[in-house]
Design a protein around this ligand. Sequence first.
Ligand SMILES: Nc1ncnc2c1ncn2[C@@H]1O[C@H](COP(=O)(O)OP(=O)(O)OP(=O)(O)O)[C@@H](O)[C@H]1O
Length: 321
Amino acid sequence: MDVIFIVNPAARNGRSLDRWESFCKQIGFPYEAVMTKGPGHAAAVARGLAAKADRGPLLLIAFGGDGTVHEVIRGAAGYPEVQIGSVGAGSGNDFGRGYLSFRTAEEIEAAGRKDSGSFDLGTAGMPGSSKPAVFVNSAGIGFDAVISMQVNRSRTKRLFNRFGAGKLIYTFFIVRTLFTFRPFSLTVDADGQRRKFDRVWLAAVSNQPYYGGGMMISPGSDPADGELELTVIHGLNRLKLLLVFGTVFTGSHTRFKEVHRQSGGAFRLTADRRMPVHTDGEGAGLAEPGRPIPFEVRRAAWRLAGPTRNRKVRDKHEGTP
Ligand SMILES: Nc1ncnc2c1ncn2[C@@H]1O[C@H](COP(=O)(O)OP(=O)(O)OP(=O)(O)O)[C@@H](O)[C@H]1O
């Protein structure tokens, strides 16, 4: 099997390049590496390589953060000969929490050719865009999307990364944004039923449990079950939101009555105000007032290389030929 690394030298504010330089010295098998040049390049490279993979199986390894692995999967989804793996060299690395990310070259050699099976992708039909935005981990409208945008733009991220505290960036911005964000109203249409929520902070649509640098926003999510999970946090004041936020790292926020959850293959979410939307922590555009955004699952859209760490998913696939 051909092995090609797609390396984002800019992940973790450039520190991933240092990591790659020592990592590649440990690789004891034939491989190629492509350095990404900017946003969207990893997806284009992955798509180009995947399109040529009908000649034989191909292992693509994203070397970077969640943005890089998101792009590689976006580019290579739908090509059955392609397996995708990742080495987490970014700031948050939520992908590695829900799926597997390789830590060493030996792990890739030992397990990289073992196929964990096929996994779902989520899609969000953004207004004005002919193609839906996709997500491997999660998407969200509202507070979380505002935070993602701020984190991606910020210089503070560089500072946190310099001190090895990349995971805490989201926490820092959550506390800051708490005082400026104005909650909105949201209508959810799913399975022929409509529900309306007021004073909504965020609506997250999850394919796997983690987002935002280790928050277990959707503990029951399983990226191999053909379903997505919607989490709506609504009807609470700033102080209680802070309390709920304190419990999200362990997943125990789900006990609060202000945390609504439901599973399904499709949701239509309509905000009453213009609200930012993120997919896998990257800005996907704006939700327009009164205009529904359809979120849908694309079942078994891509193949993961190696064993999975998420126990629920691993159990489901153990023994799969
Ligand atoms: N050569 C490059 N120069 C600048 N940006 C790049 C380059 N190659 C890729 N990018 C962009 O870098 C951004 C950040 O990458 P990525 O998300 O992988 O790392 P991170 O932000 O450090 O980690 P995480 O998302 O896990 O917090 C992505 O939006 C990607 O498109």
